[in-house]
Design a protein around this ligand. Sequence first.
Ligand code: GDP
Ligand code: IMO
Ligand code: MG
Length: 427
Amino acid sequence: MPALVLLGAQWGDEGKGKATDLLGGSVDYVVRYQGGNNAGHTVVVGDQKYALHLLPSGILSPGCTPVIGNGVVVDPSVLLSELSGLNERGVDTSKLLISGNAHIITPYNVTVDKVTERFLGKRKIGTTGRGIGPTYADKINRVGIRVQDLYDESILTQKVEAALDAKNQMLTKLYNRRAIAVEQVVGELLGYADKLAPYVSDTVLVLNQALEQDKVVLFEGGQGTLLDIDHGTYPFVTSSNPTAGGACTGAGVGPTKISRVIGILKAYTTRVGAGPFPTELFDEDGEALRRIGGERGVTTGRDRRCGWFDAVIARYATRVNGLTDFFLTKLDVLTGWEQIPVCVAYEIDGKRVEELPYSQTDFHHAKPVYEMLPGWSEDISKAKSFSDLPKNAQAYVKALEEMSGAPISAIGVGPGRTETIEINSFL
Ligand code: GDP
Ligand code: IMO
Ligand code: MG
């Protein structure tokens, strides 16, 4: 049982943090492979609640080595404050490994994220404003700054100069902003070098050696399938690949090593930021899902848009990720509805469509076709096995499983570590 990938099957915030933490006790390494501190992963252990942004959720399991892979973009100030926050709460973070090839979110990347969003006006993406897109753009443009550059002042200076050359023209001439000084950026970045040094390593070598020794490695995705730059609702996406293939490129591990791909799937749907969302609700049901599900962003504090479960999206996630299992979360939130609508297909320009249309224009016009499933009113938060669930809740899970194309191997019935029904073991 070597490598597993755990990723979001919808638009993020499916409960990846909780699921990773649950497995963290039984795995040797937990690896973030893409994204950055745009992620907000909540983990509840006993009466303690942790909000993680950049660190893999395995950091809360003492036996587990947390790894930030080469595909992640790292804001050093956020990372250091996340580490010190955890240390203050008694969490040992000394095992953390950071890839020297990971790219750094520089202060100018954050500035560019904010000004470009402002200038997009009505057409904005609704980014988290954390500099994610501009940092990946620099990476692809080959003017990015990597963690290893912090240890060569002359190279770092040359690279920051190269990156700022064009950006300062843009900031001053197009966006009417002040130019950013090279020395100021270099000085700030060098200030992080010694603090990060104990963690920086060749994570590709470490992970592949671990896999050769039959250690268990879990890859934890940020964001979700529909926010993927290639497979999501472009341009309303993030700038990386949360889908399963991203784990290979973002950590330097070959696809032959991955034996299990687990999609985290909320029992309804949420989305933060702009972009199409066929099952979005603008009524009391949407309000109720938001209230009962606590659907407020961990990173930006924005209210999440809420809607019913969308099986078309779940099927799509199964396909593009090669999912072997689903972990269905937040089933408890649906307690109390007499009937629960589930979107089984779309109607697009008068035609019934069973699969996610590749055309974004079509997707923007997609209207959900609902099937009504009977609800339940019993409290399910104490359920420990599938048979503890009321019959209608069992039927809801079975219906979702059938529509979504992969077995539901675990069910979340509350935010806590223990509030989970395990059906098939992941390990
Ligand atoms: P992530 O970004 O995928 O890690 O998800 P978030 O942490 O942003 O959002 C998921 C929220 O749902 C968090 O507040 C979790 O504590 C909570 N949560 C996770 N699983 C369950 C569950 O099964 N039931 C309930 N009620 N809450 C859950
Ligand atoms: P986790 O890991 C939900 C959304 C933003 C925006 C779009 C692009 O907690 O599931 P970005 O700052 O990445 O350039 O923003 O992606 N977004 C998320 N939505 N959960 C997340 O992470 C997200 N990370 C980014 O709201 O619409
Ligand atoms: Mg989140």
